[in-house]
Design a protein around this ligand. Structure first.
Ligand code: NAD
Ligand code: ZN
Ligand code: ZN
Length: 344
C-alpha cells in the first residue's frame, strides 16, 4: 500500500499551485478518509488561490470543494458512513451542530463552520480527510465525475433559486452562465420557472438557450437592463447573480421586478453601488446566499439522479490545474472542468 499521495497546494496567494507528494492522512476519531475519484474546479478555488476575500485560508492548503470519492477508512466512533460509500466533501466541511444557526439548518453561517479546500484541505489531492456528518451522499446512478459539480455549483444555484422565492410560471434572471449558472438554468426550468439568461459571452448564452432558457441578454449591450425588463414583462421576480464581476450586481438589482428578490451568490472581491431609490420605491429585496444546508444538498443531487439536471463537464488531469485556473480567470471554461483521478 502506498503511503503518499499527489496533491496540488497553494503556497503563496496569486501563484500557481505547487504539486507535492504528501503523506496520506490518517483519520482521527470521528473522521473518515476518502479516496478521490473526481473534483470539480469552482471559481471559488481561484478566489482562494488569489487570497481575494477578507477571511483568508491558512497557507499552505489544498483547494477543491467538489471532491467525490470512496470512503476507504473510518476513524474511531464513525457510524454515519461505511467503507465503500461514495461521498462528496463539500464547501461546508463541518459545523458545530449546536448553535442557533445549526439548530435552524442554517449551518453554512455557523461561526465554527470549516470550509473544504479553504480552512481544511480539499479535493485537489488523491485522498481527503472528511467529517462524516457533513459529507454529501451520492445517489446510486450518478458517477463521480457527474456528481462533482453538483456539490457546490449545483447546490448553490439551486438554493439561490429557492431563496428568490419565485414561483412556477414566474421569471428568473440568471446572471453568469458558467459553472453555477449553466446548472441554475436547468434547476430553474425543472422548478417551472421562466428563465432569462444573462452573460457577457454569446457562446455561454447560446448554451443557455440549448439548456432551455426562454430569453437571453448580453450584459455588455448598452440597454441590457431594458432588454431584460422587456423580455420579462416588467423585470424578473427573482434574480440570481452568479457572475464573479462587480458590474453584474448593480445591473441585476435593476433587472429585479417590483417586490422581487435579487439573490447574490457570486463573490468578486469589493463592493457595488446600490441604486437606493430604486430598491426602496420598488420594494426590492437583496439577499445573500451561501451554498446550502444538507437537505438542500440531497435535493440538488436528487434532481440530477432523476435526470432533470446534468452538468456539462470537461475532464482534465490534476497536472493541468494551473492551466485550468488561467482559463477560468479569462472566462474561457465553457461550463465546468472536473479533475479526473481515475487511473489512466
Ligand atoms: P465561472 O467562471 O464558471 O462562471 C462565471 C460566468 O460569469 C462566466 O460564464 C462569465 O462569462 C460570466 N460573467 C462574467 N462577467 C459577467 C457579467 N458582468 N455579467 C454577466 N455574466 C458575467 O464561475 P462559477 O464557478 O460559476 O462561480 C461564480 C461565482 O460564484 C464566483 O465568484 C464564486 O466564488 C461564487 N460562488 C459562490 C458560492 C456561494 O455559496 N455563494 C458558491 C460557489 C461559487
Ligand atoms: Zn464552489
Ligand atoms: Zn453551529
Amino acid at each position: 500500500m502506498t503511503h503518499t499521495m499527489q496533491a496540488a497546494q497553494v503556497e503563496q496567494f496569486g501563484q500557481p499551485l505547487v504539486f507535492k507528494e504528501l503523506e496520506v492522512p490518517t483519520p482521527g476519531p470521528g473522521q473518515i478518509l476518502v479516496k478521490t475519484e473526481a473534483c470539480g474546479v469552482c471559481h471559488t478555488d481561484l478566489h482562494a488561490r488569489n487570497g481575494d476575500w477578507p477571511l483568508k485560508p491558512p497557507l499552505p492548503f489544498t483547494p477543491g470543494h467538489e471532491g467525490i470519492g470512496i470512503v476507504t477508512a473510518l476513524g474511531a466512533g464513525v457510524r454515519a458512513v461505511k467503507e465503500g460509500d461514495r461521498v462528496g466533501v463539500p464547501w461546508l466541511y463541518s459545523a458545530c451542530g449546536h448553535c442557533e444557526f445549526c439548530l435552524a439548518a442554517q449551518e453554512p453561517v455557523c461561526a465554527d463552520a470549516q470550509f473544504g479546500g479553504y480552512t481544511r484541505n480539499g479535493g485537489f489531492a488523491e485522498y481527503i480527510l472528511a467529517d462524516p456528518n457533513y459529507v454529501a451522499h451520492i445517489p446510486a446512478g450518478l458517477s463521480a465525475v457527474e456528481a462533482a459539480p453538483l456539490i457546490c455549483a449545483g447546490i448553490t444555484s439551486y438554493k439561490g433559486l429557492k431563496e428568490t422565492q419565485a414561483r412556477p410560471g414566474q421569471w428568473v434572471v440568471i446572471s453568469g452562465i458558467g459553472g453555477l449558472g449553466h446548472l441554475g438554468v436547468q434547476y430553474a426550468k425543472a422548478m417551472g420557472l421562466h428563465v432569462c439568461a444573462v452573460d457577457i459571452d454569446d457562446a455561454k448564452l447560446a448554451h443557455a438557450t440549448r439548456l432551455g432558457a426562454d430569453a437571453v441578454v448580453n450584459a455588455k449591450q448598452a440597454d441590457a437592463v431594458a432588454a431584460v425588463v422587456q423580455a420579462t414583462g416588467g423585470g424578473a421576480h427573482g434574480v440570481l447573480i452568479t457572475a464573479p464581476s462587480l458590474p453584474a450586481f448593480e445591473q441585476g438589482v435593476r433587472m429585479t421586478r417590483k417586490h422581487g428578490c435579487c439573490v447574490l451568490v457570486g463573490i468578486p472581491p469589493g463592493e457595488f453601488p446600490t441604486p437606493l431609490f430604486e430598491v426602496v420605491a420598488k420594494c426590492i429585496t437583496i439577499r445573500g446566499s451561501f451554498v446550502g444546508n444538507r437537505r438542500d444538498m440531497a435535493e440538488a443531487l436528487a434532481f440530477a439522479a432523476d435526470g432533470k439536471v446534468k452538468a456539462d463537464i470537461e475532464l482534465q488531469p490534476l497536472s493541468a490545474i494551473n492551466q485550468v485556473f488561467e482559463r477560468l480567470a479569462k472566462g474561457e471554461v465553457p461550463s465546468r472542468v472536473v479533475i479526473d483521478f481515475s487511473p489512466r
